[in-house]
Design a protein around this ligand. Structure first.
Ligand code: PEP
Length: 255
């Protein structure tokens, strides 16, 4: 990771937490994490806890947001939550295209592209998750798979939509598996993604970041933060354990 550039740390709480648990958790984040001056931290909480996250974290250096959004503006879409509603809670980050959702709800690349655009429309940062399965990696087609996920967005909205956004390289085989990508694998794919998007844009982005996610923990973070092409990490399970989360942030802040 580049020195002198703030590192991005996105936490995906997944479907964890409760009003009670969050009181100690958010308090600890607010008190301890505010000292990390070299980090941009975003906590992506379940929808019902957005208000609580906002109440605890407002006025701190820590941002918050959600793990999904509707592709619609508003209307008869029972159970959905719109980008405008997320913005009502001052959300700054929205995860989109997470593989756990893609698998469970058969999310198409077009749906993900439409959600990405909704998030941008309301001036929040999409955290777009892309990545290949183990079979695809073993077949050596991981770059083709990842570029096609990205190209759907570029074809519909143009590469300029990636300004002020974050792409998370999350190999599906590494999520929830305790088998993180090696720093070399993560570095190579993040470099590929950055070049692929920048080539399509034909210009430099002012604010565009690539992060890695998949079984990040306090031990492998040390190596991952030495990777030149990574601008940060997306942390899943480890972010719900405050000691583990804090250790990863401390490593990132000093690397
Ligand atoms: C994730 O949920 O995006 C993730 C990377 O999970 P984990 O860190 O638990 O593998």
């Amino acid at each position: 990771m580049k020195k002198n550039k703030k590192k991005i740390i996105i936490a995906n709480m997944k479907m964890n937490g409760s009003l009670n648990f969050n009181i100690d958790y958010l308090n600890a984040i607010k008190i301890n994490f505010n000292n990390y001056k070299n980090l941009n931290i975003g906590l992506c909480v379940p929808y019902p806890y957005l208000f609580q996250a906002k109440e605890f974290l407002k006025g701190s250096n820590i941002g918050w947001g959600s793990q999904n959004v509707a592709k619609f503006e508003n209307g008869p879409h029972t159970g959905e939550v719109s980008a405008e509603m997320l913005k009502d809670f001052d959300s700054q980050y929205v995860i989109v295209g997470h593989s756990e959702r893609n698998t469970a709800y058969c999310e198409s690349d077009e749906n993900i592209a439409n959600k990405f655009e909704r998030i941008k429309k309301y001036k929040m940062s999409p955290v777009l998750c892309v990545g290949e399965t183990l079979i695809e990696r073993e077949a050596g087609i991981m770059e083709r798979v990842v570029s096609s996920q990205i190209d759907t967005i570029i074809q519909i909205y143009g590469a300029e939509i990636f300004e002020d956004s974050i792409v998370a390289y999350e190999p599906i085989w590494a999520i929830g598996s305790d088998m993180a990508a090696t720093p070399i694998q993560a570095n190579k794919m993040c470099n590929f993604i950055k070049e692929h998007i920048c080539k399509s844009y034909n210009s430099d982005f002012e604010n565009f970041n690539i992060i890695y996610g998949g079984s990040v923990n306090s031990k492998n973070a040390v190596q991952l933060f030495t990777s030149e092409s990574l601008d940060g990490v997306l942390i899943g399970r480890a972010s719900v354990n405050i000691d583990e989360f804090s250790q990863i942030c401390s490593t990132a802040d000093s690397s």
